[in-house]
Write a protein that binds this ligand. Structure first.
Ligand code: G6P
Ligand code: MN
Length: 442
């Protein structure tokens, strides 16, 4: 089986390759094609993969190319893991927003809108090439903002594009452990949009253990989301939010902390990865990765007084394991239940059929089928519908090039508090990002 990775020079590619090396089953991936427009990043990552494979007899062959069409032709699976504008672009997404006093973050709030506006046209360009050159390929979208980008690509690829994220799985795993269950034996009742979802049930042997967890302050203090939000707020919601909801529920404190930080997350990762790419090796990749994991959401954990991350959360096993499980379920028709970003169909009555949501799905050779789930909790309806409306404005702006529509996207976001701020954000971002020049079209 042939796998193509768009963004093949990206820092997380060795995680994917490591997961493939552990897959010994029939019908496994035998060839990996890395596509990246930057040849030096490709060389760096191909070198790390060669070190990972050394001594392993039937490791998947690796091909690297700077030609997207060559990479896509004949692919069975395509992983889309691009970062338009690189980490420098991410740092700018963050700093322009923070200078306006609103959240600057990769996927959430104003920063996420800027990243989406930059990424959607490029992702749709690749989707067009996939539709032309590999129409039978399944596309697994890792590219953030993952829900928005998956929805954009689904307009061209339909249900053959499926978005993934590791945060719902991580939340489910941690909550299951907090009630003393093995993650595999719990039914994780999770629903929302990407980075905007809630765990509102945790069934073990047919009984919901979430009320028991909610009543136990010690158990709540034993896992990341419990420490981030605190027992009292979890009890008020009657659900455990995805960690990214910390940016909503504790917005003011987070913005203040992020504004006074020496560097944004994007700037930290940019500098950290520049050192790795200047002198790449498996050893330095691993050290860089460990440091990244240890500092993930450190600013938010500081705001919450949540302390260090748990040792269990520091290993990899997130994205790449979800992607591998999804690919295996489709390729080998091995039924699996995974929380994925797919089109709503009739799952959430508040949203239309084509809205991409994050929901538990049954996966088989025919793709991902969302399970019927309970309605959204009342407190979540407003946020989900507001953020989906913002995403729709981002897609419309990317399509038309309309500056007014881009302003509307920012202004409608719950974390942007004024239309005047939205206008200045569009000015600031279009000045800083060459990839947003299209917004001045009309
Ligand atoms: C989580 C999120 C991802 C994000 C990743 C890395 O896993 O679900 O969407 O890309 O964290 O965040 P970082 O700040 O390290 O780039
Ligand atoms: Mn994610």
């Amino acid at each position: 089986m042939r796998l193509t990775i768009l963004g093949g020079g990206g820092f997380r590619v060795p995680l994917v390759y490591g997961a493939l090396l552990g897959d010994r089953g029939d019908g496994r991936v035998t060839q990996v094609t890395l596509y990246d427009p930057d040849p030096s990043r490709l060389t760096a990552i191909a070198g790390v993969l060669a070190e990972q494979a050394s001594g392993l007899p039937d490791a998947p062959a690796v091909i690297a190319t700077t030609e997207a069409d060559d990479a896509l032709r004949g692919a069975d699976f395509v992983f889309s893991a691009i970062r338009v504008g690189g980490l420098d672009g991410r740092a700018t997404d963050e700093s322009v927003a923070l200078a306006e006093g609103v959240l600057g973050q990769e996927t959430t709030g104003a920063g996420g809108i800027a990243y989406g506006l930059r990424t959607v046209p490029v992702a749709m360009g690749y989707a067009r090439r996939i539709a032309a050159l590999a129409p039978d390929a399944w596309v697994i979208n890792f590219t953030n903002p993952a829900g928005l980008v998956t929805e954009a690509m689904s307009r061209l690829l339909g249900d053959r594009v499926i978005g993934i994220c590791d945060s719902p799985v991580g939340l489910g795993r941690r909550a299951a452990r907090a009630v003393g269950a093995a993650p595999g034996e719990a039914w994780i009742d999770y629903i929302g949009l990407n980075h905007l979802g809630w765990l509102r049930g945790l069934r073990v042997a047919g009984r919901d253990q979430l009320p028991r967890l909610m009543a136990d302050s010690e158990a709540i203090g034993s896992f990341e989301e419990g420490r981030l939000f605190g027992a009292e707020w979890l009890r008020s919601l009657g659900a455990v939010p995805n960690e990214y909801l910390h940016y909503y529920y504790f917005n003011r404190e987070t913005v203040q902390a992020y504004r006074s930080a020496v560097r944004t997350r994007g700037a930290f990762l940019r500098d950290q990865q520049a050192a790795f790419y200047a002198d790449p090796s498996l050893k330095s990749w691993d050290a860089t990765r460990s440091e990244r994991e240890a500092t993930y959401m450190a600013g938010s954990r500081d705001v919450a007084g949540a302390g260090e991350r748990a040792a269990d959360d520091l290993g990899s096993g997130g994205y790449e394991q979800v992607a591998l499980a999804l690919m295996r379920a489709i390729a080998r028709d091995e039924r699996a239940t995974l929380i994925l970003n797919v089109r709503n169909r009739g799952t959430l009555s508040e949203l239309d059929q084509d809205a991409v949501i994050e929901v538990p799905c049954l996966v088989d050779a025919n793709g991902a089928h969302p399970y019927a789930v309970d309605p959204l909790p009342g407190h979540a309806v407003g946020l989900v519908t507001a953020v989906k409306a913002v995403e729709r404005e981002v897609l419309a702006a990317a399509d038309s090039g309309s500056r007014a529509t881009a302003v509307k996207a920012f202004a409608l976001h719950p974390l942007v508090d004024s239309v005047a701020v939205a206008r200045r954000l569009v000015d600031g971002y279009t000045q800083q990002h060459p990839g947003l020049a299209y917004l001045n079209r009309k």
